[in-house]
Ligand binder design. Structure first.
Ligand code: FAD
Length: 399
């Protein structure tokens, strides 16, 4: 693979870096946003909204979108550069990550002109928050088993059923939901058929969000209950029964997004070392800690090279297994490894809770330790990724 970048890619990088230099320090100086009585999820969301708006002002919120909708029509290499530089600069998260990377591209591909005008400007400018409602109690890894019923009645679908683990649904105005319009498809053995994608106004009657307290003590995700909830047929994305295709057709957008992961992990390790130097320097002389830091560093470098190999295959139009499922496994393994190491490196200070006056980095380590468990469940559970590798890459025989 040729590791050099084309002149237009370097130009893209330098434009991005000069925008970041002009905007990021100033934004970070503003510190916390929102009234003190808000919980940390709400305060984080407020900050993300302000950051996404700032990105959008500079034309950096949705680089993959068409120019007419505020994007830059970025190439694969430009996506890689963007993901690397944002990770390196440790930029804040954005308000509508789902909206920018998944739902927006779905609307662009499948939406009518009216739908595009109704929703795309609000997604890119973070005017209102969007959630993504796929999972159900019996449909997680086996998503096509979903059963939330949508029955057409004139110009509305009437929804009944339950979703679960829907991130920030309680803060969202809109959501993209997968529902079942053909209840017999599962018993026919064709469960990927008969699924429809609907855009749901989360404030409509018959919809109840119940936040679930997660392992960190926060309430990020929700159960969402539908009881005779009407959703206009005009809010359907794509044809009835084609929801699987609508939802899966845009997942390719995630593939190159992994390019920045190793850089983000390396930046996290650098921060951990600097913080330990400041707060618990003796730990850096401990042979066990030194060994774990060196192993983590080596694994991060291997992951970076794995991503480069995946990218090379993407550019050649080749299939990206086993690299992509392996990179997902590496990401979850390393995120959890670093979270555990961080607590141990900081010693007694590492377990001081969030908000405490002596907590290091606002108590990041003790929050992050349980939080990173999600990386082996979300975006494809570990066992499922291993099945993909066994099946497609190693082609182990099936029993
Ligand atoms: C932080 C977080 C945020 C989330 N946000 C959203 C959201 O916004 N919207 C949304 O729709 N969903 C969301 N989810 C849900 C997520 O998509 C599901 O948790 C995920 O798909 C796994 O499904 P599940 O929880 O039902 O677990 P299951 O699929 O039931 O898996 C349970 C266990 O069984 C294993 N397993 C499952 N199938 C197999 C198999 N075939 N072979 C071997 N082992 C198997 C899994 O690896 C896992 O260990 C979120 C989850 C988390 C953790």
């Amino acid at each position: 693979m040729d590791f050099s970048y084309a002149p237009e890619d370097e130009e893209f990088r330098s434009e991005l870096l000069s925008w970041l230099n002009a905007n990021l320090p100033d934004f970070l100086d503003q510190g916390e946003i929102g009234p003190p009585q808000w919980d940390s999820t709400r305060r984080t969301m407020q900050r993300r909204q302000a950051w996404q708006r700032r990105l959008n002002e500079g034309g950096w919120a949705a680089i993959n979108w068409p120019r007419e909708w505020g994007g830059r029509e970025a190439t694969i290499m430009q996506n890689v550069i963007y993901s690397q530089e944002m990770a390196q600069a440790k930029t804040p998260g954005i308000y509508n990550a789902n909206g920018i990377w998944q739902i927006g591209p779905m609307i662009l591909r499948w939406g009518t002109d009216e739908q595009k005008h109704q929703w795309l400007p609000g997604i890119i400018n973070a005017d209102c928050h969007w959630c993504q409602g796929f999972s159900e109690p019996q449909a997680g890894s086996d998503l096509a088993n979903l059963r939330t019923a949508a029955v057409r009645d004139g110009e509305v679908y009437v929804l009944n059923g339950q979703k679960i683990w829907i991130s920030t649904a309680h803060l969202a105005k809109w959501g993209l939901f997968l529902v079942r319009t053909d209840p017999d498809a599962i018993s026919r053995g064709t469960k990927h058929e008969g699924i429809t994608a609907l855009i749901v106004d989360m404030e409509a009657p018959g919809i109840e969000c119940r936040p679930i307290r997660d392992v960190t003590g926060e309430s990020l995700f929700n159960e969402v209950f539908f009881t005779d909830a009407p959703v206009s047929v005009a809010y359907r994305l794509g044809d009835e029964g084609r929801g699987w295709e609508v939802a899966m057709g845009t997942l390719g957008h995630e593939r190159v997004g992994t390019a920045g992961l190793a850089i983000g992990l390396k930046a996290e390790l650098d921060t951990m070392i600097a913080s330990t130097r400041d707060h618990n320097p003796g730990a850096l002389c401990d042979p066990d800690i030194r060994d774990r830091v060196a192993r983590a560093w080596t694994q991060i470098e291997l992951t970076r090279l794995l991503n480069v190999r995946a990218l090379s295959k993407v550019l050649k139009g080749e299939k990206t297994w086993p690299e992509v499922p392996l990179a997902k496994l590496q990401w979850s393994f390393l995120s959890q490894t670093l979270a555990e190491l961080n607590v141990d490196m900081l010693g007694p200070l590492g377990v001081l809770g969030m908000g405490g006056p002596d907590a290091v980095d606002g108590g990041h380590a003790v929050y992050n330790y349980p939080w990173q468990r999600y990386t082996s469940i979300g975006a494809g559970a570990t066992e499922v990724q291993k099945n993909i590798i066994a099946d497609r890459a190693i082609q182990l025989p099936r029993r």
